[in-house]
Design a protein around this ligand. Sequence first.
Ligand code: S3P
Length: 182
Amino acid sequence: MTAGSNIVLVGFMGTGKSSVGRRLAAMLGMRFVDMDDAIEQRAGKPIPRIFAEDGEPHFRALERALVADLSRQSGLIIATGGGVVLNPDNIRDFSAGGLVVCLWANAGTILARVGHETHRPLLAGDDKMANVRGLMDARRKLYEAIPLRVDTDTLSVDQAAERVLRLYRARTDATPHPSIEK
Ligand code: S3P
C-alpha cells in the first residue's frame, strides 16, 4: 500500500459511501469518483432507466467495466454502488490497487437514511424494510468478507471519514491497527 493508492468504499445502500467518500476526498485532497454517477454518465441515463430498459445484468456489466478502469488509476477516493461485491473480480481488482473499506449500518439505520428516496430500483416497492432485509441477508457474507469495516450507525459523516482515514494511515504507515473500527 502506497500513499497514492485508491481508497475504495463498499457497503450496502445507505451506509454513507458517497458522503463519506466526498468528505475524505476533501480531507486528503484526492479526487472523488462516485461510481453510480460515472455509470449514469457513461450510459447517458439515470440508474432506474438502465435497470428498467436494459436490465440489471447490463448495469452490472457497466459497473464491472468501470471497476476495471478505475483499478488502473491511483489517488482516487471511490464510492462504489452497493452491489459491487456481487462480482468477486471487482473486489479482487480494487484490493490489488488500494484500500477497500466496508461501511456498515443496520437495516433500521439504512431505512431511515434512504427509505424516502426513489432512485434505487432494488429498493422500489411497498415494503422497503423487507427489501432491505432480504438484500442484506443475501449479501451479508460478501460484505463480511471485506477485512476492513467501519460501523456507521452512530457516526456522523465526519466521524466515519476519520475512521476510514485512520485505517488508511495505519496501512500506509504499516503500523499495527485494529481491523474493525467501532
Ligand atoms: C445497488 C446500489 C446502488 C446502485 C444500484 C444498485 C445495489 O448504489 O449502484 O441501484 O445493488 O446495491 P448505492 O449503494 O450508492 O445506493
